[in-house]
Ligand binder design. Sequence first.
Ligand code: FE
Length: 196
Amino acid sequence: MSGQTKIASPEARTAALKDALSKKGLIPEGALEGVIQTASEEWDPKNGARVVARAWVDADFRKRLLEDGTKACAELGYEGIQGEYIVALEDEPTRHNVIVCTQCSCTAWPVLGLPADWYKSPEYRARVVREPRKVLHEMGLDLAKDIAIRVWETSAETRYMVIPCRPEGTEGWSEEQLASLVTREALVGIALVTSA
Ligand code: FE
């Protein structure tokens, strides 16, 4: 053998880790299945969309959301693992917020769902910090020059979500109609919300 270390695939390493933990009795029965079920049934960006819609129609809720995102999201039933430190960022006509986890892929699972592949990619994580306007352009979002872009480093202890600007022409819309406009991309800040 040479001095080179052969690295197993992520799948093989996951299986080995699961096997080792199981043998030590460290994975309670049904625990993994429970997490998988919660991930597929409960962690959904539609939850974040409902939070945004509520913030658009209810000024008191918006205030509470900006003061304590975790508590305000819990009011709507969105709480739990990876949702303990939610911080809401308010877009303004001249200021746009975008989120990244440069270290790994942190996000607020109960309101944003599990992260998309592009969010986890080394390219997005490295580049959106250095050249956000260019990266947003490449992802289909062209912002006017007079709109400032703020890039926020989300982490395990600070899990951001974006409150986009409410689109024009939605006066009198129901909360449900408004929520249907808000995409996962808008909650991260790589898209705007439009009524079209
Ligand atoms: Fe992370």
